[in-house]
Design a protein. Structure first.
Length: 316
């Protein structure tokens, strides 16, 4: 199978970090795993391109590279709101019309909006730039609180690190949860954060190690086949239910129930991809009780059925 072709569209001065987000996810070849993506960069002109880190990078492809892209990544745009050359917006619109997926990391959303690809749609960008973005593009519905927004054909992410979350999310959509987990593990990162999570915690990070939820989260993910009510989790953490719920909101931007359901669905996805277990057995293993409940949750949260998901992503 031909690798999915990803092309990053750069602009001077290019932020190396936003580019690295896409490069690490789409451009790294994993040991003993067939390449799922090819990755290259381009710019308006093929020439040395200044970066925000004080060095230049050699870009050897111009906008013609976008004609062959399956996914186009715009990894930031400096300074945010700077004019976008008409040649760039026309090339992006042409790629989108051809069926390429167009994604923006951080301030790259300004470029997608300038090209008209976000008109009448939800989008996000770095929280420091949402007011500027809203003023410049009133036709776009800006969501300042989420990590990323994916419409299928176009997607936008919040600042820097959220670009990794978006890229991993797209890998999950393309090749399933198990492969995305391999990519995340290679980067020493959590395998998945929902796009609806907050861009930043509502409170400062825990001041003491014993305030971290990490030990509880690790324990819960290894006991998904057990009943895990809020009271049970609070008892395990040695906290009141109210205090635990507050810490989930502060540290994860979500409730314990929503976080737990995501873990159960993620575990179910991996089992559907990597085993031939019946749906009923998978539902029991991940704590969703029955095949009926698993199917209902899949339909609500993933827009598909366990059977259809398995047919698409099965590795057995």
């Amino acid at each position: 199978m031909r690798p999915h072709r990803v092309v990053a569209l750069l602009n001077p001065p290019q932020s190396p970090f936003e580019l690295a987000c896409a490069t690490e996810v789409f451009g790294t070849v994993l040991p003993d795993v067939p390449a799922r993506y090819s990755f290259r960069v381009c710019a308006e002109r093929a020439e040395p391109l200044p970066t925000t880190a004080g060095y230049a990078m050699l870009v050897d492809a111009d906008l013609a590279a976008l004609r062959e892209a399956d996914t186009v990544v715009v990894p930031g745009w400096q300074p945010p709101g700077a004019p976008v050359p008409q040649t760039v917006t026309e090339a992006l619109r042409a790629a989108h019309r051809r069926g390429a997926r167009i994604i923006a990391i951080c301030t790259g959303a300004f470029v997608l909006a300038e090209a008209g690809l976000l008109d009448g749609r939800r989008a996000t960008t770095h929280w420091r730039r949402t007011a500027q973005f809203t003023a410049a593009f009133p036709q776009v519905e800006v969501d300042p609180d989420v990590l990323y927004v994916d419409h299928g054909d176009v997607a936008t992410s919040a600042g820097t690190g959220a670009g990794i979350d978006l890229c991993l999310h797209l890998v999950r959509c393309d090749h399933g949860a198990a492969y995305a987990a391999q990519v995340a593990r290679n980067m020493v990162l959590p395998p998945h954060r929902e796009g609806s999570q907050l861009q930043y915690a509502t409170q400062p990070a825990p001041a003491r190690a014993d305030e971290s939820l990490a030990p509880l989260l690790e324990w819960a993910t290894s006991h998904l086949d057990h009943p895990l009510s809020l009271d049970r989790l609070a008892e395990r953490a040695g906290l009141s239910s109210r205090t635990l719920a507050r810490r989930f909101t502060e540290q994860l931007g979500d409730s314990p129930g929503k976080w737990l359901l995501r873990q159960r669905l993620d575990a179910a996805r991996v089992l559907l991809e990597q085993t031939d277990l019946p749906v009923e057995s998978i539902a029991t293993r991940v704590g969703l009780i029955s095949a009926v409940n698993l199917r209902r949750r899949f339909r609500t949260h993933l827009g598909t059925t366990p059977g259809a998901y398995r047919r698409t992503f099965s590795q057995t």
